[in-house]
Design a binder for this molecule. Structure first.
Ligand SMILES: [Zn+2]
Length: 185
């Protein structure tokens, strides 16, 4: 079984020709990142590397499951992972990363693929992710609905008389509600 250290690819010491690496990223890895997007996971990564004199061509395929927070109740929900990515790595004078081209130097020739895999998974997460209807944490849903009920009471007390302004206030309130939901993510 390979360790996560095997995903740190040292371009300089890599032999010319083709090589493969297979690594599993588990809860330890995802928890250690302290990421907001992915809480836990079990992802298998297959890496294929082809090195020539001029550059290294690296592609990987990652499959498995990650746990991401539900947009509505924030409880973890399983999300399937099935992503592929390809990048080119060259040796150069200055380290740089530009989309799929990474330039490494003699002094710092290591590409941390674990991080690239993580970023690829995050980029492929759906923008909105919520539990199936009825599967959200009921306690959290209660808190959320009580919170919005309290706010409607406040609104009634401070309601402006002019109907044009109250219509505008409603629009602004709806806007604020949306922002608050977004902020909770
Ligand atoms: Zn939920």
């Amino acid at each position: 079984m390979c360790s996560i250290e095997d995903l740190k690819i040292d371009i300089k010491s890599l032999v010319e020709g083709e090589s493969t690496v297979a690594v599993s990223l588990g809860d330890d890895y995802f928890v250690s990142l302290e990421s907001e997007e992915i809480m836990r996971g079990d992802v298998h990564v297959d890496v294929f590397i082809r090195k020539t004199i001029h550059f290294s061509d690296i592609s990987f395929h990652a499959t498995g499951i990650v746990q991401i927070p539900c947009d509505r109740c924030l409880d973890p929900m399983d999300h399937p992972v099935d992503v592929s990515h390809r990048l080119t790595v060259k040796l150069g004078n200055e380290r740089s990363e530009d989309d799929d081209l990474i330039v490494v130097t003699d002094d710092d020739p290591v590409v941390d693929l674990a991080w690239v895999v993580y970023e690829t998974i995050v980029l492929n997460l759906p923008v909105k992710h919520v539990h199936a209807p009825g599967k959200c944490n009921p306690a959290m849903i209660n808190v959320l609905s009580e919170h919005s009920a309290t706010r409607s009471d406040d609104e009634t007390e401070t309601k402006t008389v002019d109907p044009r302004w109250s219509a505008l206030a409603k629009l602004q309130q709806a806007d604020q509600d949306n922002t608050e939901i977004d902020n909770k993510n």
